[in-house]
Design a protein around this ligand. Structure first.
Ligand code: C2E
Ligand code: CA
Ligand code: CA
Ligand code: CA
Length: 274
């Protein structure tokens, strides 16, 4: 752990201006190395675009602490991603999500749980083992798990990325490309990868009616997804007007505050039981 500690302090110095509070990152890091005490997972519904029925959810990490209060993942994930302990945190997320999803599947048998995966997790040789082991130990069906490859994964070598996607898919696990369109990956990339699903980032859709360029981008991503027979999930739907407008792109799934904000497991179970 002394080795990890060195990395933490190096990065904290480097990113002090971004995160402001090195003590906070230190506390988060301590918890990852001990009991994950401040962490929890929230679940945001993903709906079938044909009938708005909940068919799955995305697991989203939360961190809360007496001293720092509620801290958004946007404030610590980018930092943790640069540190070896993203692997431990990512494994905790997979285990927790599969356990919770096992309960949810008692109400929605076909339920699919989406879990965010950061680039350094893919780069770890023991990641395959961790995922398969979590599935095995929870008895959770691989086809009801979807790994969302987050933005930085697109910076990995394309052949390596393809190999990773093929590995998970050959084990029955779904693979989605998250937030496509953000970062500097080309549209060509999705045509080269055997993905099950493409998620279109909310930054392209939230003002789409007034942005011809965003209309072109969303249309191109949707066409690319169809070419490789991948499902399309559009994120960031906040009202019915936007949902109606987006129908022209024929998405498979929608996700956004209009259906529900991310909620704790108990509230998610109430939501789908009512
Ligand atoms: P993301 O993967 O793009 O997740 C979607 C984010 O958009 C979530 O923010 C969600 O609460 C928010 N969102 C969903 N619908 C709407 C909407 O209609 N309007 C608006 N304004 N926002 C909406 P959240 O939960 O704060 O997570 C932020 C990011 O943190 C995630 O973005 C993801 O990149 C990262 N993250 C969260 N959990 C994990 C995790 O377990 N592992 C990793 N590696 N990253 C995670
Ligand atoms: Ca995601
Ligand atoms: Ca996303
Ligand atoms: Ca995002």
């Amino acid at each position: 752990t002394i080795y990890h500690g060195d990395i933490v302090f190096y990065n904290m110095e480097k990113h002090k201006h971004e995160f402001g509070d090195r003590d906070m990152i230190g506390t988060i890091y301590q918890q990852i190395m001990t009991d994950f005490s401040g962490f929890s997972l929230y679940y945001q519904p993903i709906v079938d675009a044909r009938n708005n029925r909940i068919i799955g959810a995305e697991a989203l990490i939360r961190w809360q602490d007496d001293k720092y209060g509620f801290v958004s993942p946007d404030r610590f994930i980018p930092f943790i991603e640069q540190n070896a302990c993203i692997f431990e945190l990512g494994n905790w997320v997979i285990w927790q999500a599969l356990q919770d999803a096992t309960e949810i599947r008692r109400i929605i048998p076909d339920f699919i749980i989406n879990v965010n995966i950061a680039a350094p997790q893919l780069e770890r040789p023991d990641f395959h083992y961790e995922v398969l082991n979590a599935l095995h130990d929870t008895g959770y069906p691989p086809q009801n798990l979807c790994l969302e490859l987050t933005e930085r994964c697109r910076e990995l070598d394309t052949d390596f990325l393809r190999g990773e996607i093929e590995f998970f898919r050959s084990n029955g696990i779904r693979v989605a490309m998250d937030d496509f369109g953000t970062g500097n990956a080309s549209l060509q990339l999705i045509l080269e990868l055997p993905l099950d699903e493409i998620k279109i980032d909310r930054s392209f859709v939230q003002n789409i009616q007034n942005h011809p360029m965003n209309q072109i981008i969303v249309s191109a991503i949707a066409d690319g997804a169809r070419t490789i027979h991948a499902d399309i999930c559009i994120e960031g739907i906040e009202d019915q007007a936007l949902e109606l407008y987006l129908q022209q792109y024929h998405p498979t799934y929608y996700q956004g505050y209009y259906y529900s904000k991310p909620v704790a497991k108990g509230d998610f179970l109430s939501l789908i039981s009512s």
